[in-house]
Design a protein. Structure first.
Length: 368
């Protein structure tokens, strides 16, 4: 079979990708989104994520009970904080729960080192981190069958971390390795909230969101041949009309800007590459019908081989992209540390509703 025909088959066999961001407790919103996508029977070839998005992605791919939507929701209800009173107004509840998390941690996810019995914890101000995520490993064991996070399973899992020492992205791909709990903890080690790094396979891992909170580029890097239909969950509002009123508001908005989805450039570059390849194909077809002397024909064959290599190895395009974006009424810098049960349930419902809206919008466009 001709290489160009192989490339055309790969285009036909496009893959559907779900990309999940990091965002602490806001990851419950991604749970709601996935529930709706699952209800509409949208199947994924790749589920990718970083930080809490990596955790969500691993539960979806490795669902222990073969019911990803239910396992994901059970996980979020399980880790929700049940101390903060439910009757408090949203903003008061968010502040109360986030400060509770800062002081006491979350018994299912992370614990402050001052609650861990060892002499070093008495001198915690000298430590490079404040919280240990060992409880999260135990919790994930209830929801993930790690045998499924391997090349024999579909969907494929792609999660990302950051190498603390080299500032380079670290990609864990179930197509080429068996992903385990330490990989996931490394992807979710956010230093700005005092989470400890994870040492794995000779690397010291921090949260992947330090480099990219929407790891679409990383997906393309490890799966460059097949065209893609992409669903992105954006946890951090891209647009905020209100100007900050104080420093906390300013920090909150700056955090949103740092972590919001920035994949538009990837989409534009995909379109440019596709156009380049299309033009090269036209030139190839013209030249192939021209009589060339032996020297020029040999050079043509060299160029043709390089063209096919590029078309095969870097020719994937993003065919369509659906974004489900969270909005917010209250701007609070530590909203992603609010694990209160009411907030978690509210985020799940919001994710479900926003995903329904996005799907309806997509269907309307397709009908036109």
């Amino acid at each position: 079979m001709h290489e160009l025909e192989i490339r055309n088959i790969q285009r036909i066999q496009s893959e559907t990708v779900l990309v999940l961001q990091g965002g602490g407790s806001l990851g419950a919103y991604e749970c709601g989104v996935y529930k709706t996508l699952s209800k509409h029977d949208i199947k994924f070839d790749i589920v990718a994520g970083t930080s809490i998005g990596a955790v969500n992605a691993a539960i979806i791919v490795g669902s222990k009970n073969n019911n990803p939507a239910k396992d994901l929701e059970d996980f979020w209800i399980d880790i929700s904080e049940k101390i903060t009173p439910s009757f408090l107004p949203d903003n008061t509840r968010s502040i109360t729960s986030s400060f509770y998390s800062a002081l006491y941690g979350n018994s299912k996810v992370f614990l402050p080192i001052w609650f861990i019995p060892n002499l070093n914890s008495l001198f915690s101000y000298k430590q490079p981190y404040l919280y240990d995520t060992a409880p999260l490993k135990n919790t994930l064991n209830k929801y993930i069958d790690y045998k499924k996070l391997s090349k024999s399973n579909i969907p494929r899992l792609i999660v990302t971390a950051t190498d603390l020492q080299t500032s380079e992205p670290v990609i864990f791909d179930s197509m080429s390795m068996n992903v385990d709990s330490d990989h996931l903890l490394g992807c979710a080690s956010f230093p700005f909230y005092g989470i400890s790094w994870v040492e794995k396979e000779g690397k010291h891992l921090w949260d992947g969101s330090l480099l990219s909170n929407t790891p679409l580029r990383e997906v393309i890097d490890v799966s460059p041949r097949r065209d893609k239909k992409v669903y992105i969950v954006n946890l951090f509002p891209r647009i905020q009309n209100e100007l900050p009123e104080n420093m906390f508001d300013a920090w909150h908005r700056a955090r949103d800007i740092v972590h919001t989805d920035k994949t538009d450039h990837n989409v534009r570059m995909s379109e440019v590459i596709s156009r380049y390849l299309s033009l090269l194909k036209e030139m190839h077809d013209i030249v192939s019908n021209v009589q060339l002397n032996e020297e020029k024909r040999e050079r043509f064959f060299q160029i043709e081989r390089e063209y096919h290599r590029l078309a095969e190895d870097r020719g994937a395009i993003i065919q369509e992209i659906t974004k489900i974006e969270r909005s917010e009424d209250i701007h609070f810098i530590f909203e992603d540390a609010d694990f209160s049960t009411n907030t978690i349930k509210k985020l799940i419902r919001q994710g479900e509703e926003d995903a329904e809206t996005a799907i309806a919008k997509r269907q309307k466009v397709e009908e036109v």
